[in-house]
Design a binder for this molecule. Structure first.
Ligand code: PMP
Length: 436
């Protein structure tokens, strides 16, 4: 009993979590990844390919792991394995048409996620505002808040397409006056994500110029999440905002080997930008993660070396992958259109957003529920149909979640068999709906 009273006394009663965690402890991925694991037979939810990375990349990893160079099992340079920062500097130097110093203008991170975290922690102070374009990759909001900043949201607004045509992600646009109205003296940065997750929107030059002009006018930073830079379809061009007038000096480009080489589990990402910005990212990185897995960095370096030699040629992975994904997109667009779950045709990324309005009768609405309709629909769908997708409301801030609550996001970076299985589920569902 002495023992018992000691342990009772030792139990903590005061709150343990730091204030910065208040209000950000719920996360939709925890919930939906678990639901998909429990119920789904076809998982088009979370964004990762179910096909392997290219052979040359796997071989590079195996070679690095089992080769002569024992040092690849040990720490490497904290801000990026030298071969990787060198090839990234060369590659992005070519894309941006400027000389990059691998030691100061490039930093390797644990996926694009850590690159984002470093940016918000390094640049955002208490009271600073950060503009986020909705719908947005959901982690931007809690990351800004954890840094003490205030996210300010501006939506892409959909315009109905002409006569019976399918909507395109290009039909979702910023209202220039509304965007301009969000900039103030407190604005520190804007987050740009083109190609955009979840819509698949690829921002046009005009749209990027609008954003760039506002950044220059108000002297603010641009955190440019370009993880889907190679996944652009229909001959569209990915334009790097850092290449626009006045932007290099104020932009951090964020990339990911996960998306670039279809190896999301490797968690190799990077930042590219001027030393005056990246030196602060190095301070953050130094005092948190410090270092990323050496073997994975070595393999990604070799992957980029190969791609540099084949740049723009038909056997380049950066040419082949978007071709394959465009085909997968087209299959899913067709499947969804055929059953009346109207797809918004994406110009890029792994993702496609579809309108569930015609299926609403299958999933009863609960009036006055706190949960947006699309979220309940997606849960019902995975439990009853075995098909996993993510509600679009997950990509909006709290007060705006119900503005867009009749869409769900599918990931089409999947094997043909997976997409076919999804099509079978949709067809069967449609038949059951129409035949009494
Ligand atoms: N940004 C966007 C827009 C993403 O979609 C993702 C991954 N879903 C990330 C960043 C994170 O990338 P990584 O896996 O390299 O950390």
């Amino acid at each position: 009993s002495h023992f018992l009273s000691l342990s009772l006394q030792a139990k903590m009663s005061r709150p343990v979590q730091a204030r910065r965690l208040e209000g950000i402890d719920k996360n939709i991925w925890v919930e939906f990844v678990k639901l998909a694991a429990t119920y789904s037979t076809v998982n088009l939810g979370q964004g990762f390919p179910d096909f392997p990375p290219p052979d040359f990349l796997k071989e590079a990893f195996v070679g690095a792991l089992s080769g002569e160079n024992q040092m690849l099992h040990q720490y490497t340079r904290a801000f990026g394995h030298p071969p990787l920062v060198k090839i990234l500097a060369q590659f992005f130097g070519k894309l941006l048409g400027r000389d990059l110093d691998p030691m100061t203008d490039v930093m390797v991170t644990v996926g694009a996620y850590q690159a984002l975290f470093c940016c918000f922690q390094a640049f955002v102070d208490e009271g600073d505002e950060v503009i986020i374009i909705e719908p947005f990759f959901d982690c931007y909001e809690p990351m800004v808040k954890m840094a003490g900043g205030t996210p300010v949201f501006v939506p892409l607004r959909p315009k109905a397409p002409k006569d019976g045509k399918l909507m395109s992600s290009a039909d979702w646009q910023l209202d220039p006056a509304e965007l301009a109205s969000k900039f103030s003296e407190r604005t520190k940065a804007i987050v740009l994500n083109s190609p955009n997750n979840p819509l698949g929107k690829v921002f046009s030059r005009g749209e990027l110029e609008l954003i760039a002009d506002l950044c220059v006018k108000h002297d603010i930073l641009c955190i440019s999440d370009e993880v889907y830079e190679w996944l652009v379809y229909d001959g569209k061009e990915h334009i790097r905002i850092a290449s626009l007038h006045g932007m290099w000096d104020r932009t951090v480009i964020i990339g990911s080997a996960g998306k670039t080489f279809s190896a999301t589990g490797w968690k190799v990402g990077w930042t590219v930008g001027p030393n005056r910005l990246l030196r602060h990212l190095r301070t953050m990185h130094q005092n948190s993660v410090y270092h990323c897995a050496t073997v994975a960095q070595e393999a990604v370096a070799q992957g980029f070396q190969r791609e540099l030699e084949r740049y723009g040629k038909p056997d380049s992975y950066f040419v082949q992958l978007p071709k394959e994904l465009q085909q997968k997109r087209d299959w899913l667009v067709q499947s969804l259109d055929a059953v009346g779950m109207k797809p918004i045709v994406p110009e890029g990324t792994y993702f496609l957003v579809a309108d569930i309005s015609e299926f609403k009768s299958d999933v009863p609405d609960v009036p006055d529920s706190d949960e947006p309709y699309d979220s309940r629909f997606a849960k019902w769908m995975v439990k009853n149909k075995g098909l996993a997708a993510i509600p679009l409301s997950a990509f909006y801030c709290g007060p705006h979640k119900n503005n867009y609550n009749h869409f769900i996001r599918f990931c089409f970076a999947k094997e043909e068999a997976t997409l076919k299985a999804a099509n079978d589920i949709l067809q069967k569902w449609k038949r059951e709906k129409t035949s009494p």
